[in-house]
Design a protein around this ligand. Structure first.
Ligand code: AMP
Ligand code: ZN
Length: 114
């Protein structure tokens, strides 16, 4: 989509610290990390948020979780644990309108969130 920063990251217009890529998804480190390990996994298809998931595109979420499983092992947070976060919409704190899953680990995380 025209001015979507995550679409621009996928097509290389904006640089990123890439962790993983395949034909369907792209994973990269968050520019403003909230934990020692903080990366984002996004679909290459521009899907605005969890609200835009439907039976035609929801399979991407299963693939994203499979990729997260693999990347958690590679970044050595699988054993100690981690948090997968999806912020949806204004009250959810979503700032980039391209579906993304945060993966945070490498320290003990607080619960509940603020
Ligand atoms: P959210 O608030 O859930 O929409 O998360 C958006 C995330 O994208 C934030 O954690 C930002 O730090 C991150 N972010 C924004 N721009 C970039 C970028 N150019 N490269 C990497 N991460 C980014
Ligand atoms: Zn996009």
């Amino acid at each position: 989509m025209g001015d979507c920063i995550f679409c621009k990251i996928i097509n290389g217009e904006i640089p990123s610290k890439k962790l993983y890529e395949d034909d369907k998804v792209y994973a990269f480190y968050d520019i403003n990390p909230e934990a020692p390990i903080h990366f984002l996994v996004i679909p290459k298809e521009h899907i605005e948020s969890a609200n835009a998931l439907n039976e035609n595109n929801v399979n991407i979420v299963a693939h994203i979780f499979n990729v997260i499983n693999k990347l958690a092992k590679e970044t050595k947070i699988a054993e100690s644990g981690y948090r997968i976060v999806n912020n949806c919409g204004q009250d959810g704190g979503q700032t980039v309108e391209h579906l993304h899953f945060h993966v945070l680990g490498g320290r003990s995380l607080q619960w509940p969130p603020g």
